[in-house]
Design a protein around this ligand. Structure first.
Ligand SMILES: [Zn+2]
Length: 492
């Protein structure tokens, strides 16, 4: 009870602060009200019309423009099969969507990678940065180039950069230890930084290491194939050797882990149970966790390399990262997101706190790990355990997909991240869910739910919010809910 009382009090204080500031004449610190938006929205609806809606409904002052991805999460129109929102072209882009770079590719910056042909062809010559930046600047809005590491398998020469799975096959994901991929990210950073008047860049990687992937420790993880885990390419092998990790032992451990997971997915309980047997495997092959950690060290090195490159191009460029929603489900993944470690090369962090789809996603995560690491527990027991260790609201396994998670989740998660960043200068901009697709019959976003999520983020001490995932899937009424919260708090 005490915690809640303290929380309520700090909320009232936070809400009253802008008023107090207005009375004394002091200006409250400006908060970032960001939104993720892809090129297709500007083409379909017009640049000025979109910016009007974002400002008037969402109180948005910062654009996170989806510049590079081959995924539909942040680019393209509504995902086929999901209802089209109340704006934009009332037609799916099933045929025309391909992805790639939605800005102009300036070839002089790409001397260090084999990738050449990655301009998104979906929208002709439309350059999202060239088209939107001047209009945004005129309105006093900031612009950040937002890109992620989602690729297709049919990009010319991409196979040279792909990860290798446990059995030596190419994966569709690219290896962070492959110099060709690392350089591509740095070249892209340089191109954006030199070619456009940007306020910042944000990059995101929704991936994890081979151990967490093998046990399916992510939402929708039940479909993950423990034989397809990555990365075991020559560059990762060399890096492992340099760290004194035996590649052969790691490989052997992962092959045994593959058998363990396949048996679990078939419902065959090990003699000593799932948890004990998995621990026996980890004790026998500590290389499994060493290999998992190597992957995340490589991700952090990539963050640092992008940060250094961006600052060398333009010191005033803000640089930050999108932290995957798995941070709210998988405790191992959360352990790998060491905020103090990444803060020195993070001007800001977008930590995903998508309240509505979290219920469905957590249930999917529980389904997956209840056939592997937590196979000895019932779904409800596993959910209770995770709620306790992750400090999240308790819920009923059967109900959370239909209710989503309450704003309390956003509050606690923001408070945790805020405390985790103590002593750093890194700004915290939680990612807020506006109409991220869920299955039919499951919880959907509402204007008041969105409003409460934004209020909770600021109550928890956020420096801003990023409305996610893309404007082209958001309902205008729910965007207005976010704007209402911003205005209630007197932030604009
Ligand atoms: Zn590799």
């Amino acid at each position: 009870m005490l915690d809640i009382d303290v929380t309520r009090r700090s909320f009232l204080q936070a809400a009253a602060a802008p008023l107090a500031a207005a009375q004394t004449g002091a200006k409250p610190a400006k908060k970032t009200i960001g939104i993720q938006v892809g090129a297709v929205s500007f083409v379909d609806e017009g640049v000025e019309a979109v910016l009007d809606e974002l400002q008037h409904r969402g109180a948005v002052n910062t654009l996170f423009l989806a510049t590079f991805t081959y995924g539909r999460g942040i680019a393209g129109r509504q995902i086929p099969g999901q209802p089209l929102p109340d704006h934009g072209k009332q037609q799916y882009d099933t045929e025309s969507f391909r992805g790639g770079d939605y800005a102009t590719v300036h070839p002089q910056y790409y001397g260090n990678t084999v990738l050449r042909d990655f301009r998104a062809p979906d929208l002709g010559d439309f350059d999202i940065l060239e088209s939107v930046l001047p209009a945004a600047r005129k309105r006093g809005m900031k612009s950040i180039a937002w890109f992620e590491d989602v690729f297709r398998g049919d990009i010319p020469r991409v196979s040279e950069l792909q990860e290798k799975d446990l059995h030596g096959r190419n994966a569709t994901t690219l290896c962070l230890n492959n110099p060709g991929y690392r350089n591509f990210l740095l070249d892209l950073t340089e191109d954006y930084g030199r070619s456009y008047e940007l306020d910042g860049i944000m990059w995101g990687s929704e991936r994890q290491g081979a151990f967490a992937n093998a046990i399916g420790a992510r939402h929708s993880g039940a479909s993950s194939d423990p034989g397809r885990v990555t990365c075991f390419c020559e560059f990762c092998q060399r890096k492992g050797r340099e760290r004194g990790i035996s590649f052969e032992r790691a490989q052997k451990g992962f092959l045994e882990l593959e058998d363990f997971v396949r048996a679990g997915r078939r419902g065959k309980r090990p003699v000593d149970g799932y948890y004990v047997t998995l621990w026996r495997l980890l004790l026998r092959y500590p290389e499994i966790l060493a290999w998992e950690n190597l992957w995340h060290d490589s991700l952090r090195e990539t963050y640092e390399a992008i940060y250094q490159k961006a600052k060398s191009v333009k010191p005033s460029l803000g640089v930050g990262w999108h932290i995957w929603h798995n941070n709210s489900f998988n405790p191992i993944y959360r352990a790998e997101q060491d905020l103090q470690a990444i803060a020195p090369y993070s001007d800001f962090l977008k930590i995903v706190m998508y309240h509505n789809c979290a219920g469905e996603r957590m249930a999917g995560y529980i389904d997956s790990v209840c056939a592997t690491m937590y196979g000895d527990l019932s779904r409800q027991e596993a959910l209770d355990f995770h709620a306790r260790v992750l400090n999240e609201p308790e819920g009923r396994y059967a109900e959370i997909p239909k209710t989503g998670w309450p704003a309390e989740y956003v509050l606690r998660e923001t408070q945790r991240a805020r405390a985790g960043l103590t002593g750093t200068k890194t700004l915290l901009w939680p990612g807020i869910d506006i109409d991220i697709p869920t299955a039919p019959g499951n919880s959907k976003c509402t204007p008041d739910g969105t409003r409460r999520a934004v209020l909770a983020a600021f109550q928890g001490g956020a420096d801003g919010v990023i409305l996610s995932r893309k404007y082209s899937e958001m309902k205008l009424t729910n965007l207005s809910g976010a704007g209402r919260a911003v205005r209630e708090l007197g932030l604009i």
